[in-house]
Design a protein around this ligand. Structure first.
Ligand code: G3P
Length: 220
């Protein structure tokens, strides 16, 4: 089986900001698995999480395709890289951008920097994969933060996205997310053709984050 990805989006959950982000990242770094674990953290926390959890892959949750200069409040990709980020989410359902924004970000970031473009549906996934990001993650917005995993609620969107993305560009990896909480959800995601999952509350809101992480990767 090729390497599977489990991306934990820390969002702005209180349990995954500042010192809590460092704690959660340490737990992730301690998990024994062949899966590729990624922490997508607040821009404020990139540097401290990289320091706290050596070896853990750390991504941003959003970046802006700006240059150095007069751009107040925007997130410069090269500064993120200097602080230790090796990738980013973009166009998350909670932070939508234009296709042009994604295209410019891809142009501006160096080879090897992972870009995971999020899509609400198969059509958007198809359009994004045409830009050739590293990954496209499909997440039906209505299932985000809910109790039912996309893999159970709408398996067709996962398999349909996997098929559509591969038709457009076979090198783009496909992730799915929204409501993913367990290793069984991850297993079904992989069976449906995904290379992994993107999740948040299943870990950040868990009473036992370590146990949830261990369960997520149990079969990988
Ligand atoms: O980016 C992951 C996210 O949108 C899914 O959230 O809480 O449903 O796992 P959640």
């Amino acid at each position: 089986m090729s390497e599977s990805l489990v991306v934990v989006n820390f969002k702005t959950y209180e349990t995954a900001q500042g010192a809590s982000a460092e704690d959660l990242a340490r737990k992730m770094a301690g998990i024994e698995t062949t899966a590729r674990l990624v922490a997508a953290v607040s821009a404020f926390d990139v540097e401290s999480v990289v320091e706290a959890a050596p070896g853990l892959e750390v991504w941003c949750q959003h970046l802006d395709p700006v240059g150095f200069g007069s751009n107040t409040g925007w997130l410069h990709p090269l500064t993120a890289i200097e602080r230790g980020a090796s990738g980013t989410l973009i166009n998350h359902a909670e932070h939508k951008v234009s296709l042009e924004h994604v295209a410019m970000l891809l142009e501006q970031t160096p080879e090897g920097f992972s870009i995971c473009a999020c899509a609400a549906n198969i059509e958007e996934a198809r359009a994004l994969s045409d830009l050739e990001p590293t990954f496209v993650a499909v997440e039906p917005p209505e299932l985000i933060g809910g109790e039912i995993s996309v893999t159970s609620a709408d398996p067709g969107i996962v398999s349909g996205t996997a098929k559509a993305v591969k038709e457009v560009c076979s090198s783009v990896g496909v992730l799915c997310g929204a409501g993913v909480k367990t290793g069984d959800d991850v297993k079904v995601a992989v069976q449906l053709g995904a290379s992994g999952v993107l999740l948040a509350s299943g870990v950040t809101m868990s009473e036992d984050q370590l146990e949830s992480l261990e369960n997520l990767v149990y079969f990988l």
